[in-house]
Ligand binder design. Structure first.
Ligand code: ZN
Length: 461
């Protein structure tokens, strides 16, 4: 492989607030050296003057090709990873969701077959535990040994993939005894199911009722319960898509007590609000995701959580469905709308524009929240998420002034809408490299399907 030199960039690292101006040499897919070099002899030189050079983003919460009621989310592994690269993200973690009765390793193999050979950047997988049986501890050990030591659990969706408390404590206990990480979707499933059924019975069928069927209290109760159970059993817990001020407070309190509790939020909870559900079906269905958008005071609290480190990661829960042909299946019944929105392509631009450029977070915090912390939490530190010699050369050359406009017509995602339609942001990738190969340059994804690999992970909890 030919040597690449990224010249004259400002290197940003999560571990140091002091940016350093240097050249970065890529050799054999790794970061070969950092310093000042005469690039003669290098086959390729990329000019990063006026740009920041950062670890490529890692989005640890995406759902490519997610099956939902006979439909599948709009982006498959190929297009989803293409969208990721277009936004500066060089690694994603998706999910394995076993069928009822299916062995975890069989489900893992099937899911890998959907991704291997198709992904444009590296990916890894979380294993979902959707039911309990006596063989689950042994199956979890097999999954962890195969590189998926983080286990997703749902306290909502109890008639399907959700767990009862009796099952959930068994998963937490198994994780605590073996050093696995449990990640949890926290909503009070019975309350949500009750409210959804009640509203439909009362002919309250529009998306307006979606957030009212999943109120902040449903999330806050479940976050407090999950923290209480995990800390009692000594399990490390990572709360996904945290969306309310009360839930954030619970995480902040637990962390102050030294508990192994971590949490992420998503761009839509920072930037969009509950009033978007007021209006016609065609204007509101695109915002149906779970948990739903909240009133603005929750977003302000979440920004505070990103700024003070209570929230370790900005993930996306990328799982868009088209309004035409998918979300419109719920035109007469909001409970039939497939839930989920896009984000993997916009995540870093939005956090840069509204976070770093707005002075809420530093560039070092930006690098931490978009990649470094996820790499550490999920067991990829050393190879991913940092600009250190010997690490995989997954790199984004970020132009902090580059202005772009988000639009469904021009996005890589195959969703027919964007929840950020017409938003203009400054800050965007100029070049992206994955394992040392140019993957995105000046507005175009040039990586080929099959360029990415499965990344087995080992936790250090
Ligand atoms: Zn999700």
């Amino acid at each position: 492989m030919e040597t690449i030199v990224i010249k004259n960039g400002t290197l940003i690292s999560a571990s140091s607030e002091a940016p350093c101006r240097a050249d970065l040499v890529i050799a054999d897919g790794k970061i070969g050296a950092i310093g000042h070099f005469n690039p003669e002899g290098a086959a390729h030189i990329y000019d990063a003057s006026d740009c920041l050079v950062m670890p490529g983003g890692i989005d640890p919460h995406v759902h490519f090709a997610l099956p939902a009621g006979g439909m599948v989310s709009a982006d498959d592994f190929e297009n989803g990873t293409r969208a990721a690269l277009a936004g500066g993200t060089t690694g994603v973690i998706d999910f394995v969701t076993p069928e009822p009765g299916e062995r975890l390793m069989d489900a893992l193999e099937k899911r890998r077959a959907e991704a291997d050979g198709k992904v444009l950047c590296d990916y890894s997988l979380h294993m979902s535990i959707t039911e309990w049986r006596d063989s689950i501890p042994k199956e979890m050990a097999e999954a962890a040994a195969a590189g998926t030591p983080s286990f997703k659990t749902y306290l909502a969706y109890k008639s399907g993939i959700g767990l009862s408390d009796a099952e959930y404590v068994r998963v937490l206990d198994t994780a605590a005894q073996n050093g696995y990480l449990v990640t949890t979707h926290c909503e009070h499933g019975d309350l949500v199911d009750f409210l959804r059924e009640k509203f439909i019975r009362e002919e309250k069928t529009t998306p307006y009722w979606h957030p009212r069927s999943r109120p902040p209290a449903a999330e806050e109760e479940a976050v407090n319960r999950a923290i209480a159970l995990a800390s009692t059993l000594g399990a490390a817990l990572y709360i996904v898509h945290l969306s309310t001020a009360g839930a954030l407070k619970a995480v902040r309190r637990a962390r102050a007590q030294g508990l192994k509790i971590m949490a992420e939020t998503c761009p839509h909870y920072l930037l969009l609000h509950e009033e978007l559900y007021d209006g016609s079906f065609d204007g509101t269905a695109r915002y149906t995701m779970s948990p739903p958008l909240r009133p603005p005071q929750h977003s302000e609290a979440l920004w505070g959580g990103l700024m003070d480190g209570t929230l370790a990661v900005l993930a996306t829960d990328h799982c868009p469905f088209c309004t035409k042909g998918q979300k419109d299946r719920g035109r007469d019944d909001f409970t039939k709308i497939p839930n989920g929105v896009a984000g993997v392509e916009e995540r870093m631009k939005l956090l840069w524009h509204y976070g770093a450029a707005a002075g809420r977070i530093t560039p070092a915090q930006f690098a931490a929240l978009t990649g470094t912390n996820a790499a550490a939490i999920f067991g990829m530190a050393g190879t991913k998420g940092s600009l250190s010699v010997g690490a995989d050369a997954d790199i984004v050359v970020w132009d902090p002034k580059l202005e772009t406009e988000i639009s469904a017509a021009r996005q890589v995602s195959k969703c027919d809408e964007s929840i950020y339609e017409g938003w203009k942001t400054s800050g965007a990738p100029r070049f992206v490299f994955t394992r040392g190969k140019p993957a995105y340059t000046e507005g175009k994804v040039i990586a080929e399907p099959g360029n990415g690999q499965f990344v087995p992970r080992r936790l250090r909890l």
